[in-house]
Design a protein around this ligand. Structure first.
Ligand code: SF4
Length: 483
């Protein structure tokens, strides 16, 4: 039997990335490049909508940005000076053409395309109310809930309707929208998900991360503030803060794993943060060893920080194959157990060494177990696993695809039990206060945490209305998914 195996199914996944352009003759091409830089935030589907002054044009497709937006033909069918784009990661069952963003709708005020990165935690409730009032849903995505809330709002302008809609939603989101007048960007009141503003020539850019500005040669202007709504049009950028003020709670996992290391998130270099996290981890979990080896690629900056702190050689003891696709068709049961070697292989320099292996997180523990075994088979004398996040004990409901809580290894095992399960000689995670120290804080302020860290602490900063009521927010549709 042929089986398609997600090779990275033992990591948490960012669910989406967003991009927007206003005022550039090559808005679609810039969007394609920007989305390419944001590919790590979603690999299942990509979409771009442009406005040419008279009409909106859209192209959306399953797969990587390059698979959908490489041809001149596609880009030439997307004329216009303003555009928004989206990359999406979706859990099984929700990958369907009709869910691919940006979504577009005709309203009485004109056309509107919209997409977001994040997750609404009361979308089931809102969707039910809307359906009872006559709204007809085409997709199962949260974004469409926002579209219908805008459609049913009694306010006048697009901006007022959007604010009216967003005041009803709970959740974490960074949103970009395309109207006939311009581009709108919004960050949720706690700023859980990032969003930045950039400039290239006279044009304005919105993007989930600064690496998407770099790829098009745009300058970073500033982060969009938590709870801020920016309206970008012919008169420049106008900013409002229409939501109740709240203490910011950026997702701390953006620094540990989700964002690209060459991005700046809320003024902090992701790469430098990861190195500091590695150094802090080394101070907290000293062990005698010969070399420090990262689990590539995400473990590399933390391993550099770890090795520098404990003055041990940093070695590439595991080599990653960069040419493995998102999935690999395993031809037979007999070779399925080789799966992990499709992506990683141990280097010969591990022979006889006491190895400190640095990775960013443990989710189900399956990959860690295989990698520790691989390092041992390569001749390592000892394998000490060090993790640059605290134990992931809770699921994320704010836009990160996480397994159910009982699938998270750290939710059902102590560190000692996990050490035995993974068959490492020792295992240590950075402490939650150590993580905050690495982020430049004295410690985590329990009464008012500086970041969202719910997957480590269970302290959820935004109400989980649907979850607490035992509702899942998506499947109201009886139409079978075909993609
Ligand atoms: S629960 Fe974890 S992954 Fe989700 S937003 Fe909070 S810190 Fe980030």
């Amino acid at each position: 039997m042929l089986t398609a195996t997600p090779l990275d199914d033992d990591h948490l996944h960012e669910e989406c990335g967003v991009f927007g352009v206003f005022g550039h003759t090559e808005a679609a091409a810039l969007s394609a490049l920007g989305l390419h830089a944001l590919q790590h935030r979603g690999q299942e589907a990509a979409g771009i909508v442009v406005y040419d002054g008279e009409q909106f044009h859209a192209h959306r497709g399953l797969g990587h940005v390059g698979e959908n937006f490489s041809s001149k033909d596609v880009i030439s069918k997307l004329p216009g000076h303003s555009a928004i784009g989206h990359v999406r990661y979706a859990t099984t069952g929700a990958v369907a053409i009709r869910n691919i963003q940006p979504l577009f709708a005709d309203f009485e005020f004109g056309g509107l395309a919209i997409c977001h990165n994040g997750n609404l935690t009361n979308s089931y409730h809102l969707r039910r109310q809307l359906v009872r009032r006559g709204s007809l849903f085409q997709s199962t995505s949260d974004t469409e809930v926002i579209v219908h809330l805008i459609a049913t709002s009694l306010k006048q302008s697009v901006e007022e309707r959007m604010v009216d809609a967003l005041r009803q939603v709970e959740g974490a989101y960074s949103l970009v929208a395309l109207t006939q007048e311009g581009v709108i960007g919004v960050r949720d009141p706690l700023g859980v998900r990032p969003l930045v503003l950039g400039r290239i020539g006279e044009a304005w850019i919105l993007a989930s991360e600064t690496c998407a500005l770099d790829i098009i040669g745009a300058d970073f202007v500033r982060d969009i503030e938590p709870g801020e709504l920016v309206i970008i049009g012919a008169n420049g950028v106008r900013s409002t803060k229409p939501f109740e003020r709240m203490r910011r709670r950026l997702c701390i996992f953006e620094y540990i794993y989700f964002s690209r290391p060459d991005s700046m998130v809320d003024g902090i270099s992701v790469y430098e943060a990861r190195k500091r996290i590695g150094a802090e981890l080394a101070r907290e979990s000293h062990v005698d060893a010969d070399i420090v080896v990262p689990v590539p690629d995400s473990g590399v900056p933390a391993a550099i920080g770890y090795a520098a702190e404990c003055k041990l050689p940093f070695e590439l003891g595991i080599i990653r194959n960069h040419y493995v696709g998102r999935t690999f068709i395993e031809p037979t049961d007999q070779i399925r157990h080789l799966g992990v070697k499709l992506k990683h292989n141990a280097n010969r320099n591990l022979q006889g060494k006491r190895v400190i292996l640095v990775d960013d997180s443990i989710v189900r523990g399956t990959t860690s177990t295989k990698i520790v075994a691989m390092v041992r088979q390569a001749g390592a004398k000892e394998v000490h696993l060090r993790i640059s996040s605290p134990p992931t004990t809770h699921s994320c409901f704010y836009g990160i695809a996480t397994p159910e809580r009982d699938q998270l290894l750290a939710s059902r095992m102590s560190v000692e039990e996990m050490t035995r399960f993974i068959e490492a000689d020792s295992l240590a995670f950075i402490s939650i206060d150590g993580l905050y120290r690495a982020m430049g804080e004295k410690q985590r302020v329990a009464a008012a945490p500086q970041y969202c860290d719910a997957c480590f602490t269970g302290d959820y900063p935004i109400a989980l209305s649907d979850h607490d009521a035992g509702k899942v927010s998506t499947q109201l549709s009886l139409l079978a998914e075909t993609a």
